[in-house]
Design a protein around this ligand. Structure first.
Ligand code: NAI
Length: 483
């Protein structure tokens, strides 16, 4: 079987070489096709950080094993890591955080065993990177949370939790504030939970989750979160088990999967052959299990655990009284420990499974539609307008343009209502949201909205607008704070 390998930037080539030397020593029947991705590919003028040949190879093999990659700063280019995850729809980012004997932490010293799997949604949220300056003072980021996208990742998390015999599956969210976006994610979580009655499913607000993770990490098992919250929470979990050097990650899609460490290119230690290859090795082990090489994965993992337990360490962790080994030395130690088993929790050697290939050639882009349409009508619009006038003045000007079809309902600034009621203590920025609704709750046409846009633009720069939709008797939009 062939897989695509990208060595990455910074410490990437060093840790990749170390991991592949372990695979080779274990006679793993894999062929590697190296692909060009990363900073130097950006520098050669490929704006997405990968060559067309790299894209073709990855799509042909369906598996990418990659080292960390640097995004050039200040060149306006997007991260190749994020591009890869999004382009190939690897919608679930699975990150496993386990107590490793030999890696001392405050928890391991207290005898608290951690085994947490974070499943992070990997495509949507603010990672869409759709951002605009609306005025010179006001930046806007669009945050997409979709029903099909949420269902994909949540269903994956439940399936994985079932296979793992998880004690608990928890949805982390901020639906108390982001009622529509995180509210949708949470709704999808409980929708999927109905199909898994054997699993204990619950939810927790993300700030409370962070506090409980650092006080009682052993009470959590599988946690599923939206993209940005998942990113932050998973780095927190990495800290619980000893740091980024021990945090592996698998980006799972229906056709293409990407295996990589959570950490970055570590420019401060690059080129010195001192980086810790454990996180990339653990990511590689997840890849071996994914493609059915269970026996190799178990032998290597047991050797790794034995190595850690016996005190061998790189400079970033471990007993300071024992001199550290370098990256190559660490790989050699793992190889020399093939066949040995750690005293604490050896991984069982499962028989080779026949792999069902998940990868096939697609003819066209899959369109994901999961919700049935309900009766839908436009009943108003939020007009985002630039102005440095006071709310009353803005309201008077807006009302002049409301015409026969609209009434001005409210004006808010940074999401806080400032008209018809508000407080002079609310600080303002030079962008308001003027909310117009149809005069008698009538259904509006898109042309009505455009007519209002044109007339308002005589007084204001209209930066953007959003339709106010009703689905049946449900408002498909949020209220302003104080409205
Ligand atoms: P980083 O993870 O590269 O480094 C943070 C700290 O952890 C540094 O002190 C580093 O020396 C240490 N560290 C990381 N991995 C280590 C290892 N294997 N062994 C020993 N020490 C290790 O994060 P930073 O500095 O924020 O990012 C550097 C670059 O990496 C940036 O260009 C960033 O965009 C990129 N990056 C790439 C990722 C990827 O390819 N998936 C993920 C995160 C960052």
């Amino acid at each position: 079987m062939k897989i695509a390998v990208a060595k990455g930037d910074g410490i990437g080539p060093e840790i990749m070489e170390a991991v592949l030397s372990i695979f080779t020593a274990n006679k793993i029947s894999l062929e590697y096709e190296y692909v060009d991705m990363g900073k130097w590919v950006f520098d050669k003028g490929f704006s997405n950080g990968m060559t067309p040949e790299a894209k073709q190879t990855i799509e042909a093999h369906g598996i990418l094993f990659k080292g960390p990659m640097e995004t050039p700063k200040g060149k306006g280019v997007k991260s190749v890591n994020v591009t890869a995850r999004k382009t190939w729809n690897t919608y679930a980012n699975k990150r496993v955080f386990q107590t490793l004997h030999g890696v001392n932490t405050v928890f391991s010293k207290a005898g608290i065993i951690i085994d947490i799997t974070v499943v992070r949604e990997n495509i949507e949220d603010t990672y869409g990177g759709i951002e605009h300056m609306l005025t010179h003072d006001v930046a806007l980021s669009r945050r997409f949370i979709t029903r099909p996208g949420s269902l994909q990742v949540i269903r994956y998390a439940f399936e994985m939790a079932k296979k793992k015999n998880a004690r608990r599956i928890t949805c982390g969210h901020k639906a108390n504030i982001m009622k529509i976006t995180d509210g949708l994610f949470l709704e999808c979580f409980y929708e999927v939970a109905k199909d898994y009655p054997e699993l204990k499913a619950d939810d927790i607000i993300v700030d409370d989750l962070c506090m409980k993770l650092v006080t009682r990490p052993d009470t959590f098992d599988v946690i599923v979160l939206t993209n940005l919250q998942g990113d932050i929470v998973s780095d927190l979990c990495a800290g619980l088990v000893g740091g980024l050097g021990f945090a592996p990650s698998a980006n799972i899609g229906d056709h293409i999967c990407i295996f990589e460490a959570v950490h970055g290119t570590a420019p401060d230690i690059a080129g010195k052959n001192i980086a810790n290859p454990t996180a990339l090795l653990l990511s590689g082990l997840a890849m071996l299990r994914h493609i059915g090489l269970m026996e190799n994965a178990a032998i290597i993992e047991n050797a790794l655990l034995f190595t850690l337990e016996s005190g061998v360490h790189t400079g970033d962790f471990g007993d300071k009284s024992i001199p550290p080994v370098n990256t190559t030395g660490f790989a050699e130690a793992v190889i020399s420990n093939f066949g040995k088993q750690p005293s604490a929790g050896a991984k069982p050697i499962l028989p080779n499974m026949t792999r069902t290939p998940t990868h096939f050639k697609l003819e066209k882009n899959p369109m994901l539609v999961s919700a049935e349409m309900s009766e839908e009508k436009i009943i108003g619009v939020d007009m985002f307008i630039e102005s440095d006038e006071q709310p009353l003045q803005v309201a008077e000007e807006c009302e002049q343009h409301a015409g026969q079809k609209f009434k001005l309902i409210s004006i808010s600034n940074r999401g806080t209502q400032v008209w018809p009621t508000g407080s002079v203590y609310t600080n303002l920025v030079n962008q308001y949201n003027a909310r117009f609704e149809s005069l008698h709750g009538d259904t509006l046409a898109q042309q009505d909205i455009i007519d209002l846009y044109i007339t308002l633009s005589r007084n204001f720069k209209v930066c953007s607008f959003e339709l106010l939709n009703m689905w049946g008797d449900k408002k498909a939009y949020s209220l302003a704070q104080g409205q």
